[in-house]
Design a protein around this ligand. Structure first.
Ligand code: HAM
Length: 522
């Protein structure tokens, strides 16, 4: 029997359908235009990477890496294919060699499993030998004595064998900064002249609890600057670029928050002080914050729990504990923002949820989004390139959550007028079809959006469909038109009709599109 199961998009993922997809394309196109005007260029990186990359860059103890990544084990290749692997001392030696050559994940887990397997296999072969000689000598009681041991060992070997990671452990990217830094190192981009100014557009994946503005597959448009300098002017320009975009797309009910979270000189001392203060109030904090006192006390400052707010307000603030260099960097950043006329609010609690940040952190929130109101987050990450094995390099960037930005634009109600369908070709009669196909090609070549029905329709039905599709005009081609070599163009908004020759038609439609106001979105 056929299974009539209805497939649906996986929880936390969604389809973006027309006309929303036009709005998305417009937003992404506008971002590309703005970013390229600041001399940023696009980088495209894979959507999955070694899990270790994210663990190292974003931090193994962060929520993103600890709880939210979509992780899977790749299948091994060639001799290490799990399906072809049989267990004996030779194959274990092969595994160890493969681990050394990097063909098999040289992970803690694999090393432990292989060494336990080796011990078990040796023991198993000894027991098997004893059983074989007992059989030879017909000593039934000895066979009975060794058999359970042999069974237990084979079972253990089988269990251990399942634990071998034959392939790499990979994760869908939860963010793209780690990938951009990996690519920068891999391609020796530090040898290129000037700062590398890169942007990316694409999906990210986090296993979060879905709600409005929070998805498991969501989209980011991000930008990163990697290079030798950490001048605060770079930080300010990156923020300026972001706000130019927001302004251009009408995302104006926003607030920019900035902070400095210090560097590896001053932050550890502050974190220790914070930890001591937090220990004193531990009993009054929730379970998450209590745990974070030991694992990552900075994240306590991120807490949204109402009952913790009063306590957090009394905690020491990082701005009072920055080293001279960080204090100066932050002061210059604020000067640079003022120079550009950028309004901001300082927020000493803005610590961000990724471990790679140093000094500048920033976030933009937008009204009307409820609890998931951060439309963009970013900051400086000097030291990340070195942490991932590259040469000393400074870095700063941000990522905009496209889903939230679009939601906010939609809620704000200031939707752009996007060009819609320019012409619906209403033809009737087999003789007219050739003319219809020819003119549709010419109009499309001229950059107009044209709908040409493939099957004949009565004019009334054609015009009705043209209206439903939101076409600006209908081009009527009947036997009269073909005979006279003209076209009848009907403007659907007011039913005004014009008889035009082919060249007049092209000029007319192009000029209408240039002064386009009637294209429909929604
Ligand atoms: P992030 O703050 O984790 O930073 O994410 C940036 C933005 O992505 C957020 O402000 C939010 O708008 C959006 N976002 C995050 N998670 C979700 C979700 N589950 N659903 C919908 N939108 C979401 C980063 O990702 C850093 N890599 C930013 C960066 C680049 N820092 C330096 N360079």
């Amino acid at each position: 029997m056929t299974d009539h199961k209805q497939f649906r998009a996986i929880r936390g993922t969604r389809d973006i359908l027309p006309p929303d997809s036009s709005l998305w394309n417009w937003f992404e196109r506008t971002a590309r235009g703005v970013f390229e005007s600041f001399n940023f260029r696009e980088i495209r990186t894979p959507i999955f990477e070694l899990t270790d990359l994210f663990a190292r860059a974003v931090g193994a103890d962060t929520d993103i890496v600890g709880k939210e990544m979509f992780t899977f084990e790749d299948r091994g290749a060639g001799i290490l294919d799990v399906t072809k692997f049989s267990l004996n001392l030779d194959s274990l030696a092969q595994l160890e060699e493969a681990m050394k050559r990097g063909e098999l994940a040289n992970s803690e887990r694999n090393r432990t499993v292989v060494s336990e397997l080796r011990m078990n296999t040796i023991e198993l072969s000894e027991v098997t030998e004893k059983i074989t000689s007992a059989i030879r000598e017909g000593k039934i009681e000895l066979i009975q004595q060794y058999l359970p041991q042999s069974n237990r060992l084979s079972e253990q070997c089988n269990t251990l064998r399942q634990l071998i990671q034959f392939g790499d452990v990979l994760s869908l990217r939860p963010e793209a900064t780690a990938s951009v830094v990996r690519a920068h190192i891999e391609h020796g981009m530090h040898n290129l002249p000037g700062n590398q100014k890169l942007y990316y557009v694409g999906p990210m994946f986090r296993r979060e609890r879905p709600q409005k503005g929070r998805y498991r597959q969501f989209y980011q448009i991000g930008a990163e600057v990697l290079g030798p300098s950490d001048a605060p002017g770079i930080d300010a320009e990156v923020i300026e670029m972001l706000l130019v975009l927001f302004n251009r797309v009408g995302l104006t009910r926003t607030t920019l928050y900035v902070n400095s979270i210090g560097c590896k000189e001053c932050r550890p001392k502050y974190v220790e002080l914070l930890r001591e203060e937090l220990r004193k109030v531990k009993d009054r904090l929730g379970a998450d914050s209590q745990r974070r006192i030991e694992t990552n006390p900075l994240r306590v400052l991120d807490s949204k729990l109402p009952e913790e707010q009063e306590i957090i307000a009394t905690l020491p603030r990082i701005s009072d504990h920055l080293c001279d260099a960080c204090r100066e960097h932050f002061a210059k950043l604020k000067d640079e923002l003022n120079l550009r006329g950028i309004a901001y609010q300082e927020n000493w609690r803005l610590v961000r949820g990724l471990d790679y940040y140093t000094r500048t952190t920033f976030e933009v929130t937008s009204e009307g989004l409820g609890s998931q109101n951060a439309v963009c987050g970013g900051g400086r990450y000097d030291g990340l390139v070195e942490l991932l094995g590259g040469p000393p390099t400074k870095g700063i960037g941000f990522a905009i959550g496209t889903d939230r930005a679009i939601l906010s634009i939609q809620e704000g109600g200031h939707l752009p007028k996007l060009p819609g369908l320019d012409v619906f070709v209403a033809w009737m009669g087999a003789k007219c079809y050739t003319t219809a196909v020819g003119i549709a090609r010419k109009l499309r070549d001229a950059g107009l959006a044209v709908e040409l029905p493939a099957e004949e329709m009565k004019f009334k039905k054609s015009l009705g469909l043209a209206d439903k599709l939101g076409a600006r005009s209908a081009l009527i081609i009947g036997e009269d038109e073909v005979a006279s070599g003209t076209f009848t163009l009907k403007r659907l908004a007011d039913s005004e009709q014009k008889k035009l020759t082919e060249s007049e038609l092209l000029i007319h439609l192009e000029s209408e599109r240039k002064g386009e106001t009637l294209g429909r979105y929604a």
